[in-house]
Design a binder for this molecule. Sequence first.
Ligand code: GRF
Length: 215
Amino acid sequence: MIGVLASGSGSNLGALIAAQLPIRVVIVNRPEVRAIDRAVKAGIEALTIDHTRYASRDDFDRALKDALVARGVKWVVLAGFMRIVGPTLLDAFTDRVVNVHPALLPSFPGLHAQRQALEAGVRIAGCTVHLVDQGTDTGPILAQAAVPVGTDDDEASLREKILKREHQLLPAVVQALLLGRLRRSGARVWLEGGPALGPDLELGAWIMGPPGSRS
Ligand code: GRF
């Protein structure tokens, strides 16, 4: 069972729903977050846990954790969740919190990743699905997909191109995580069992193979 946390339009949530993944609950951190409409339409329980109502970050974290644990959630997916999650949540879901970031990490962590990529003049941008640790977009990388940057791309067009890839990559990785067994050695993670996520020419490189393999 998956719990999805979102703060935005929820297009990644839409991709997870379309892939028919077992989403137990969707949690948003503000009542106006549009992702909630997608959850309601899909008949998924939707909760608003408003971060502005909590005195501290840790209190907010605990409310998230309690809601997820009470519903038997095993994997937590941050699908455009714009709050930093802290130790209270991470300790309850060790190596089971996944984030999607619109850049090829470790380049361009944090906000405005697409703008950072354009300003750096990179020719290849992309997205990363990674495990969440205490840093900002620093956790072990599960998979990445590449997107070429055109000379006419601006922030909006690059965002759209990358989002398309996110919508392919995130559900595929979450599906694989549900079916396989995640192994970890330092910063390297890989799956035993479950579907192989090897290189895919359509999607750029997907990286999730065991140590020593190139896939
Ligand atoms: C995505 O680009 C995701 O990578 C980033 O926030 C955006 C969320 O978009 N963390 P959406 O709400 O899923 O449409």
